[in-house]
Design a protein around this ligand. Structure first.
Ligand SMILES: Cc1cc2nc3c(=O)[nH]c(=O)nc-3n(C[C@H](O)[C@H](O)[C@H](O)COP(=O)(O)O)c2cc1C
Length: 227
């Protein structure tokens, strides 16, 4: 049986990961094109995904990027594709609308991408028009040792915010309204992002507002169920 990675289709699909750079320009063009479509479709926020082992992260992380051209090797080279993507996206995504960047702030692995790299990256991308760093982590190698626990990635958001002045988002095992409130009130992040807790309880924002004694608008149809 032919291995999937050597099929003509995969070879075509992953050709940008081999040298030289025929496919590289296509990457930033594609990000720009999808942003243009998002604008046309009426979205008002774009987030570039530079985390979790996806394409951009594969360029950023020294654990994976083995290129020897100007897109591999030094920090400057490994981050080049991301700068090009941001510049291409900002050409079509209007200044008045927010552009976020999700990164894996640490690879949690010796020799991998670090929080110091993330801080340096945040300084690079701020002047290019990134408004907020969504600070996730991991995903590039299967064997990383990740200290999972409540708010375990929040210190990344906090350091990037403190050391660069950039807006940050905290994500990862944020589940309680008071925990979310504490993160914002103590200046660790500018926004909290929840996933699994919102799957468990889609009405979490309504519940959190109630717990924190905040007034928020309820959907008209739910008014009779107000806490
Ligand atoms: C069902 C599911 C789908 C997800 N899909 C994505 C995704 O497409 N892109 C992404 O960056 N993260 C994705 N994530 C990760 C979440 O965005 C989030 O970073 C992670 O679940 C940690 O936050 P939590 O503890 O609040 O769930 C997904 C998580 C879940 C549970």
């Amino acid at each position: 049986m032919q291995k999937q990675s050597s099929s003509p289709r995969s070879r075509r699909r992953f050709s940008y990961l081999q040298g030289p750079h025929q496919g590289i320009a296509r990457i930033s063009q594609s990000f720009a094109e999808v942003s243009r479509r998002a604008l046309e479709a009426g979205f008002d926020l774009v987030e570039i995904h530079g985390a979790h082992g996806y394409l951009i992260h594969q360029f950023l992380s020294p654990l994976v990027n083995t290129r020897t051209d100007q897109y591999g090797g030094s920090f400057e080279n490994r981050t080049r594709i991301l700068r090009e993507v941001i510049e291409a996206v900002r050409k079509v995504w209007p200044e008045r609308l927010p552009l976020w960047l999700r990164i894996s702030a640490s690879d949690w692995t010796e020799g991998g991408w670090t929080i110091e790299d993330s801080i340096a990256l945040a300084r690079q991308v701020k002047p290019l028009g990134v408004d907020l760093i969504d600070s996730s982590s991991g995903g590039i190698v299967p064997k990383a040792t990740i200290p999972l626990g409540p708010g375990y990635q929040t210190p990344f958001a906090e350091r990037i915010r403190r050391e660069t002045g950039m807006l940050t988002g905290a994500v990862g095992m944020i589940t309680a309204p008071e925990q979310a409130q504490h993160i914002i009130a103590t200046g660790q992040a500018d926004i909290v992002l929840l996933t699994r807790e919102l799957l468990r309880d889609p009405y979490w924002p309504l519940r959190a507002a109630h717990v924190l004694k905040q007034q928020i608008a309820w959907p008209k149809q739910y008014e009779r169920a107000r806490f």
